[in-house]
Design a protein around this ligand. Sequence first.
Ligand SMILES: O=C(O)c1ccccc1N[C@@H]1O[C@H](COP(=O)(O)O)[C@@H](O)[C@H]1O
Length: 219
Amino acid sequence: MNTRLSHQRTRIKVCGLTEVDNLLAVESCGVDALGFVFYPHSPRAVTVERAVDLVQALGPLTQRVGLFVNASLATIESVLSAVPLSVLQFHGDETAEHCEAFGLPYFKAFRMKDGFALDAAMAAHPRAAGFLLDAYQPGVPGGTGAQFNWDRVPQQAPRPLLLAGGLSADNVGRAIAKTGVYGVDVSGGVEVAPGIKDIEKVRALVAAVKAADHARCTL
Ligand SMILES: O=C(O)c1ccccc1N[C@@H]1O[C@H](COP(=O)(O)O)[C@@H](O)[C@H]1O
């Protein structure tokens, strides 16, 4: 699939919401998907009870993405029995069999360590809905605010690509122009504190994505 030409509008996911009022303000900025971190070591981690409140507050057309890092089948099933997530994001070393076990579309995240064999990693997940490319930082599975070299984003991929890692209103336009990815996933670059988003920064992010899409359409 030519990831650069197969869509006209860059999708926006904001990840790591923890408070309902803040979540609703972010949703109203015009994002496509909101992410909830079920990784207990993250400063943005939510309990199942909190996630139920957050997800129930969302409008019916906003995607609700659950982020897991090497969580067991039982843990994920237990979350899904309470929280109506629409998409899963696997940010650890999960196998395709593990990711497919829940009957939901999923994004497999890959951390772009030097020498990482992305083509083989994507081929190992033939039924993924998409792939998320993030920066590699030793010892931390994600949400680091670090950027990787966008030259490493492939022009062709078997599934839509989400770009992550250190994105903000300041650099997202350049990222889109350079990579033409299907979507962007942003956490730390739009925060006032871990789990609390800065609404002005989210607005600026959405405006920067729209401007980049407009510039691409008029090329
Ligand atoms: O957000 C977290 O705390 C987190 C924890 C563990 C794995 C992934 C996590 N977040 C994801 O990391 C990337 C990049 O985030 P950032 O914009 O650089 O802060 C993004 O996909 C988040 O969904």
